[in-house]
Ligand binder design. Structure first.
Ligand SMILES: [Zn+2]
Length: 202
């Protein structure tokens, strides 16, 4: 006989409403991968990685009992940034999480960072927790939580809000990893564990 605590019982999120925003979409491609600089036909677009992570997160949250709304459900769909936040407000979400991947001119730069807006109680704490969990799950550098007051998607919400930059698509090694299901799954798990820790303390 096995004694087994179901993950569906432990750390349930029943009743919590989570708005999951997959960054970019449609003509808004987001950043582009390192290899595409040399071979445009091989280009990887950030919007494609973001939606995969978002769907993985969606399933984890729904399994835990949360009520989840996505800002977009496919790669072809364009949604303006402000509209994403307003939709989360109409949904009356407890948490708004926007999923992105990062870019910089320096290909060697790697790591996770989580951005949060000013004047949104709890956002800094969630950002700190989320950057820790993402860095552990992805086994990468934790660049920490960063206050940003100029992001339309975060400024249009009225609940706890964060924007995670899971890793750098401009780093060739991470660009490869990001295309794998494992990367997408681990990123989603890191975000999920952070949300659960924030809401349930467990
Ligand atoms: Zn982005």
């Amino acid at each position: 006989m096995a004694f087994y605590i179901s993950p569906r019982v432990f750390g349930r999120l029943d009743g919590y409403k989570i708005f999951v925003d997959a960054g970019h979409g449609g003509d808004n491609l987001g950043t582009t991968g390192y290899h595409g600089i040399f071979a445009p036909e091989d280009n990887v677009f950030e919007k494609e990685i973001n939606i995969e992570i978002a769907w993985e997160l969606y399933y984890l949250l729904v399994q835990a009992g949360a009520i989840v709304k996505m800002s977009r459900s496919s790669n072809d769909q364009f949604v303006a940034n402000v509209e994403r936040g307003l939709e989360a407000n109409r949904f009356n979400a407890d948490i708004f999480v926007s999923i992105h991947n990062n870019a910089t001119d320096e290909p060697a730069v790697v790591g996770t960072e989580v951005l949060y807006p000013p004047n949104r109680a709890g956002s800094e704490r969630l950002a700190i927790i989320m950057s820790e969990y993402l860095a552990i799950k992805l086994q990468t550098e934790n660049r920490g939580a960063k206050l940003r007051d100029n992001l339309a998607v975060l400024n249009s919400t009225d609940m706890v809000s964060v924007l995670c930059e899971c890793n750098f698509l401009t780093n060739p090694r991470w660009e490869e990893k990001m295309m794998s299901f494992n990367y997408q799954k681990y990123a989603a798990e890191g975000i999920f564990l952070a949300i659960r820790r924030f809401l349930r303390g467990g």
